[in-house]
Structure formats: C-alpha cells, structure tokens
Design a protein around this ligand. Sequence first.
Ligand code: NDP
Length: 444
Amino acid sequence: MSYIDEVIEQVVSQNPNEPEFHQAVKEVLESIRVVVDQNEAQFRRDALLERLCNPERQIKFRVPWIDDKGQVHVNTGYRVQFNSAIGPYKGGLRLHPSVNLGIIKFLGFEQIFKNSLTGLPIGGGKGGSDFDPKGKSDREVMAFCQSFMSELCKYIGANTDVPAGDIGTGAREIGYMYGQYKKLRGLFEGVLTGKGISYGGSLARTEATGYGLLYLTEEMLKCHGVDIKGKTVTVSGAGNVAIYAIEKAEQMGARPVTCSDSTGWVYDPDGIDVAALKEIKEVKRERLTEYKKYRPKSEYHEGRGVWTVKSDIALPCATQNELDIEDAKMLVANGVLAVCEGANMPTTAEATKYLQDNGVYFVPGKAANAGGVATSALEMSQDSERLSWTFERVDNELKGIMVRLYHNIDEAAKKYGFEGNYVVGANIAGFEKVVDAMNAQGIV
Ligand code: NDP
C-alpha cells in the first residue's frame, strides 16, 4: 500500500465519526500524491504526513452561560492548534449548532495550506463552539462570548495563536471576546483579528474575503481570455463572504443574481441590491424573506435552489458541502464557466470532480477565500506597528496577494503536469512551503 493510502486509512480509523475531517485529508493527500511519491522514503522515515495530519494541540472546554431568564446553558468550546511551522496559529472561530471536533479539525487542516498560500507567516488553527447566536439577545451573546474567552484566553496570544471570525462570529462577537481577553490578561494586543476600527481593527477586513474571491476570479478568467464584465454570477450565502463578493462583483461590472440563507434563497434578475442585503443581514439581522419588500420584482424560494439558476460564474459562499453532484450537473448543463469557492469546502468531492471533468475552471476555497486570512495577517502587522493603514493600502495589498496566489497555484499545477487543475496546484503550493519549514525545524 502506498504511504498516502496508509496515512488516509490511519486518519479514518484514529478519528472515527469525523467525516468532514476525513474528506479534507483525503482531498489534500490525493492531490499531492505526485510530490509525496517522489519523496516517499524520506517522508515515511520522518513520519511527515502523520505529523501533518495530527494537530499539535486540541483544546476542548466547557462554556457555561446564563440566559435572560436566569437559565444556565452549557456549550462546548474548541480550539485546534494544527500547525505552527510557518507562524503563529491563525484561523477563525465558528459559532454554529453543527460545530463538533471533526468540523473544527477539517477547517484547521485546510487552514494550514490556505495560510501558507497567502505568502504570509501564519500557521493553521481553527476553533468555535456549538453555540447558536441566532435568536439570542445581545446580553446573552455577550455572556456566552465572555465565558468562552475566559477559558480560551489561557491558550492564545498575539504571538502564539490569533483567532478571527467565521460563521456566526462577526464584529459583535469579536468585540465581546476581545474585551474579556483584555480584562483577564491585562493586555491590549492583537490577539484577535476582525476587530472594530476603533480598537485595532483593519480597514477592509470586513470586505476582504468576498473582495479577494473576486480579485482571484477576475485574474483567473483574464488569464483564460474571459472578461468578468457583463457575466452573470450566482452566489450562495448572505453572510460576510457572500455580501462582499456580491458587492465587488457588481463593482467589476458583473451581475450577481442570487443569495441564500439557511431557510431560503433569492433570485433578483436585475442584480442583487447590496444596500438592501446589508440592511437585512448586517443591521436588522433578519431572514431573506424581507428582501422582497425592498425589491418587489425579485423572487424568494424556500429551501435550496441557487444552483438551478443559469450563470457564467458560481460562487458558493455559505457552508461546507452545499454544492453536490446534482447541483454540479445543473451548473454544467447551464453552461457555467467557473466555480470559485468563497466558503470552506462547499463543493462535495464528487461535484468537484464532475466540474473539473467537464472543463469548468474550479478554484478551491483554500485559494479562493484566502483573502480573509491574508487581511487578518495585515491586521496583525498593523497591530504590531501600532499603526493603521488606509483602506486603499490594505485593499491594494489584498489584490496583490490574490493575484500572486492565483499565479502561484497555476504554476504549481503546471510544474507537476496538472495544468488548469487548481485543486492540485493549491494543495501542492501550500504543502511545499509548510514541509520545507517542518523539515528545517526538526522533529518537534
Ligand atoms: P456568516 O455567518 O456571515 O454567513 C454564513 C451564511 O451561510 C449565512 O447566510 C448562513 O445563513 C449561511 N449558512 C451557514 N450555515 C449554513 C447551513 N448549514 N446551511 C445553509 N446555509 C448556511 O459566515 P461567513 O460569511 O463568514 O462564512 C461563510 C463561509 O466562508 C464559511 O464556510 C466560512 O468558513 C468561510 N470563510 C469565511 C471567512 C471570513 O472572513 N468570514 C474567511 C474564509 C472562509 P443563516 O444566517 O440563515 O445561518
């Protein structure tokens, strides 16, 4: 049995009931097979893949908090510090009822390669809790965030581990967590990113993941002789990534026509009204059913369905495994040119293969959505310097990072004979840098 197959088997048997983690490990290891085969004896001797697939540290803790009626609730908190070979652990905190250790491990594992691809010195980590901020009062969210940070603060720091936002963790949650960290540790330092502008946040961080997704998509299409201007775009999600992907797509002259949340989706043939979407989701925190009040000609549908809409570019920006084989078939039948992942692993393995086999340009999340964490690293730089850069400076840096990232994964794919396969390109380019650092630092 090949070394890669042995390690995959080990990961599956040693981490039972963690299907998303297995999926992420398989995807990465399968696509770096060509590199591993060339170095099999050395990698095997050094147990390199075993070390890569085992987190350096996993922290799991109790998070008790009191609701507005005086009832005590207990959630579970996690922080997986996966790999610090190239820098302090960096990765978001997800607050969603579906969170469990396997989900956090899949995200932390992906984060290693994503962070490596940014070209910046950040290692991979991820955390979160099964707490659901939806439907909770501000006071309840604060109670949860303070309790969560009371424990987490023992393990993080500006030079060791720097968490950020993710699903369910936006500016409000980061603010409450930061306040608690400062109170308990007595340190005003860049321990979290995605902070408010008034206390050490970076301009353009809010926009970064969605904007970065479009910078990369535009560059990739340009290299294939396609102008993004005038193209129809389908987007899923209606959160941070989706909103700013839609905004940038419109600024580039494309026409994003859909968005979705966990209950339904919107089709607006004239193009999504970003101002209305921001008001519904960022200000009022309402459901997408409200969108029709702003745009009477739009359609609202319950359930899933974004991928049935004909488009040139599809941008899944909600959550993992939200685009399956049936969706992929529909997209191909409707002539989609490109699928670029704004979310983490939104496309199932089967759907990814189908899209690639049918000539669709497919860019995985670890490359396409890396603009968020890259800008988080720029926020860390500003915090260290105790300076704040202008929006234009951060946005220009972000654009440069995404354009370089695209060429980096494109060249890695070509170098190993997989031209146009950006899954292989991203995994190999991300892997090579991490392995180089791990080898240099010995068996630790
Ligand atoms: P948000 O919480 O802001 O938004 C998530 C959106 O996806 C919401 O519209 C939500 O709908 C929908 N959604 C979440 N879970 C599900 C589900 N199980 N089924 C259907 N819809 C769902 O999160 P973000 O926009 O920050 O994150 C979206 C994705 O992008 C995630 O995969 C995240 O890991 C990834 N990502 C985020 C980055 C960032 O900077 N924010 C950086 C890189 C990746 P509802 O509100 O109804 O739950």
